[in-house]
Design a protein around this ligand. Structure first.
Ligand code: PHE
Length: 392
């Protein structure tokens, strides 16, 4: 409530008013005061509240002002009714009543006008605040990029795609049949030792053990089971081995399997195809060579080497000294491959007398490391953006 002098807190007699003239003057006084206040906006009312030290209980100054004038309990209009109207001498009742009604209508209309005015102003201010400034620079949300491994997959897929291979994918959880047996690796064959791997824990009574595939070769079998020759596919994917992590080993890595089977595929087609691939991938100046090797599902089997792309196949670094990439060997071992062993055709009902073909299994991580000069396979799996950003 206001602490400044408020005439409506007193009766007319106390104010020394005893005729119609005096009544009109008092009402005019109140009305003038009201008119001044109702012209204010919210901020002005707030400073008036401070200035005149009548702090309404409402946090909103407009409501405070409203309560001050028309509040049911102690608003000015109620005070006038109580102190002036009810307590006026009978001779003045008519005048006071008339003046009161006029003032009441005036106050209510003006307060409503004020409310609307302030509301519109606040709305306009909000609209103004929320306006979008189209000239502001946008928020930059960086778009990620493909992981280097995915990029290398893509590169290799494109090369084989261009020479008529199609791409198939297969399950990472395999049965021993596809991962081993059908690839001519019977249960106690020693090469299984190299691939000693992750078996899944299965409920008791499960029909067949399951494992994380150790290579993409099971897809050779799955593809030939589904499809009659000619077959020309590559199989990109993840493989798993129980290897301890170091700079060249990881429990998960990536391969691309290749398989071509037809009625007249020779060793020449095989060498031509992978030489083409290697020259596309590393550049035309690299030289290639085969070394005899062994895989149960290829015969003959080879290791495929490329002349070291870093020292130009000299074994000597450009700055002198031994090339660190090939360790002076001048050659780098790339991947295993070979002509499909006829025994494999037996597992997929191909006629080994009529068809022949070749297969290869490229280690993607190794190839990516060679091509991009990366010396630790672990960086592919750590997902450090400082590494990834170098290959946008
Ligand atoms: N699967 C073999 C490995 O992972 C590679 C390979 C594939 C060899 C196809 C010959 C033919 O080591």
């Amino acid at each position: 409530m206001p602490t400044v002098d408020n005439p409506t807190e007193k009766t007319l007699a106390e104010l020394g008013v005893n005729d119609a003239q005096g009544v009109a003057e008092k009402f005019a006084e109140v009305r003038t005061r009201f008119d001044r206040q109702v012209a204010f906006d919210a901020d002005e009312i707030r400073s008036l509240m401070l200035h005149e030290a009548w702090l309404g209980s409402d946090s909103d100054p407009v409501t405070s002002l409203r309560n001050f004038w028309v509040g049911r309990k102690a608003g000015v209009l109620t005070l006038i009714t109580e102190n002036w109207l009810k307590k006026s001498p009978p001779s003045l009742k008519g005048v006071v009543g008339k003046q009161f009604n006029e003032l009441k209508t005036h106050i209510e209309t003006k307060l409503e006008e004020q409310r609307k005015r302030i509301e519109e102003k606040t709305e306009a201010a909000a609209l103004n605040r929320e306006q979008v400034d189209l000239s502001l620079p946008g928020v930059i949300r960086p778009v990620g990029s493909h992981h280097l491994i995915r990029q290398v997959f893509q590169e290799i897929e494109d090369i084989f795609f261009s020479i008529g291979f199609s791409i198939v994918e297969g399950p990472e959880i395999e049965t021993p049949y596809y991962n081993f047996e059908a690839l001519n690796i019977p249960e106690f064959h020693p090469v299984r030792d190299d691939m000693d791997t992750f078996y899944l824990e299965l409920p008791k009574g499960a029909k067949t053990p399951l494992l994380l595939r150790t290579h993409t070769s099971p897809m050779q079998i799955r593809t030939m089971e589904k499809q009659k020759p000619p077959v020309r596919v590559i199989v990109p994917g993840k493989v798993y081995r129980r290897d301890n992590p170091d700079a060249t080993h990881s429990f998960a890595f990536h391969q691309i399997e290749g398989l071509a089977v037809d009625t007249d595929i020779t060793f020449c087609d095989f060498t031509g195809t992978i030489e083409y691939f290697v020259k596309q991938f590393f550049g035309p100046s690299v030289k290639t060579r085969f070394r005899p090797s062994y895989f149960p599902f290829t015969e003959p089997s080879v290791e495929f080497d490329v002349s070291c792309p870093f020292c130009g196949g000299t074994g000597t670094a450009a700055a002198g000294g031994t090339c660190t990439k090939c360790k002076g060997a001048a050659w780098i071992e790339l991947f295993g491959a070979g002509m499909v062993d006829p025994a494999v055709y037996g597992f997929v009902n191909y006629d080994a007398k009529k068809v022949s073909g070749f297969a290869f299994g490229i280690g993607i991580d190794r190839l990516a490391m060679l091509k991009y000069g990366i010396d630790d396979i672990q960086v592919f799996f750590q997902n450090d953006v400082r590494f990834l950003r170098q290959f946008p």
